[in-house]
Design a protein around this ligand. Structure first.
Ligand SMILES: C[S@@+](CC[C@H](N)C(=O)[O-])C[C@H]1O[C@@H](n2cnc3c(N)ncnc32)[C@H](O)[C@@H]1O
Length: 366
């Protein structure tokens, strides 16, 4: 089959998937608890594109091989790739079987179902409790009609499950603007439960609103985050990331900040100059974080665990909060009780977050 070109915005999507999986596999591969990682690419596509560019299933397979090469004690990894078009899954199989042969801890599961028909298989897999498993799903449909919100939410019910969903947000946004959601009957109506979408939002406001509704639908059990990819002046795609686990959330934010060292928010077509440039490190814009910490630390202040959580919820990393707090401490605007061994220490990392002997209260000096 002649290879298709991989659109530029898809390259950004694959790069974010890779950056996240690299961090994810480093954690679950070494946690000494997980016995098996189950990964599923629900809309895997053909595997390879023109110019020797790899699509999601090939990149995932390569990352699994990389994990087992570097870390022979890593848990076993089962990888299900699915596409309604059996020509695609046959191609992907051809690319991946050599990796499976070389690595006994990689098991491939090929599937050519309509995504709706695959969901019961995935739920049955979740019900199998014989091994301590972690799960990651990559959901990359062409549009909004190929998988329903209810199906996505059903996959998120089991513990230890993370999901990355790619959505063509600007198409959905235009429909919401015109108030003609018939083409979007699935996702958007389901999400808003039939209520009208707010008027006057721009595309980024629309994405924020979608994120808020998703959080509500998950009743606060999950962290939800977004990463935008702007294809051209009018077209924005968005990756939505779902996890129950604060550590998983932090790993996703780290991947995002590697992409955009200024705001952590997304990738713009004008920066489509090459992957190396995506990983340049400009100065982060921490005004949003400063504002939210200023409010949080008012009055009786907040514990380091609360500051850590708020920092992530605002889309920032502990290192950013550390910089902000250190500057305020130097200016005599902060107290930390009980005082850590030296200034500039606030115990914001995940490791500290669960340690009882590292609980401090950080407050603004009134
Ligand atoms: C955006 S492409 C996936 C690209 C892929 N993730 C990559 O990185 O190369 C979407 C894929 O979904 C498949 N597809 C379309 N409708 C589907 C359905 N209802 N169920 C499963 N797969 C479907 C298409 O054949 C297509 O290969």
């Amino acid at each position: 089959m002649p290879l298709k070109p991989l659109p530029h915005h898809s390259e950004a999507k694959i790069q974010l998937l890779k950056a996240y999986l690299e961090a994810y596999l480093a954690v679950v591969g070494h946690d000494r608890y997980t016995e098996r990682v189950f990964l599923a690419d629900l809309f895997c596509g053909p595997g390879m594109y023109q110019g020797n560019k790899a699509g999601s299933p090939v990149e995932i397979g390569r990352m699994l091989a990389g994990l087992h090469n570097a870390h022979p004690a890593a848990p076993k990894t089962d990888f299900l790739f699915n596409d309604a078009d059996s020509k695609n899954t046959a191609e992907v199989e051809g690319f991946l079987r050599p990796l499976e042969s070389a690595h006994p801890k990689i098991k491939l599961i090929s599937s050519s179902k309509d995504a709706a028909g695959l969901i019961p298989d995935l739920l049955a897999e979740q019900a199998d409790q014989r091994l301590k498993s972690k799960r990651f799903y990559f959901v990359d449909p062409f549009g909004y009609s190929q998988i329903s919100l209810a199906e996505i939410l059903s996959l998120l019910q089991s513990n230890g499950t993370e999901l990355l969903l790619f959505q063509p947000c600007s198409f959905m946004f235009r429909f919401s603007e015109r108030g003609t959601p018939e083409a979007l009957a699935g996702f958007m109506e389901e999400l808003s439960r039939g209520s009208p979408w707010p008027k006057g939002l721009n595309i980024m406001g629309y994405i924020q609103h979608t994120k808020r509704l998703l959080r509500e639908r998950l009743e606060g059990t999950h962290f939800v985050d977004t990463f935008t990819i702007q294809k051209d002046a009018k077209t924005v795609f968005c990756l939505f990331f779902f996890t129950r686990h604060i550590r998983g959330f932090e790993k996703m934010l780290e991947a995002k900040w590697r992409f955009n060292g200024e705001t952590g928010h997304g990738w713009h077509y004008s920066s489509a100059v090459g992957v190396d440039d995506l990983f340049a490190t400009p100065t982060p814009q921490t005004q949003i974080l400063e504002k939210s910490l200023d409010t949080l630390l008012d009055g009786k202040g907040a514990t380091n665990a609360e500051v850590y959580r708020e920092t992530l919820e605002q889309g920032f990393l502990p290192k950013h909060a550390n910089e902000v707090l250190t500057a305020w401490q130097k200016a005599g605007r902060l107290t930390v009780e009980p005082p850590p061994p030296r200034s500039g220490v606030f115990y914001l990392g995940y490791e500290n977050h669960e340690k009882k002997d590292r609980i401090v209260r950080i407050s603004k000096v009134s």
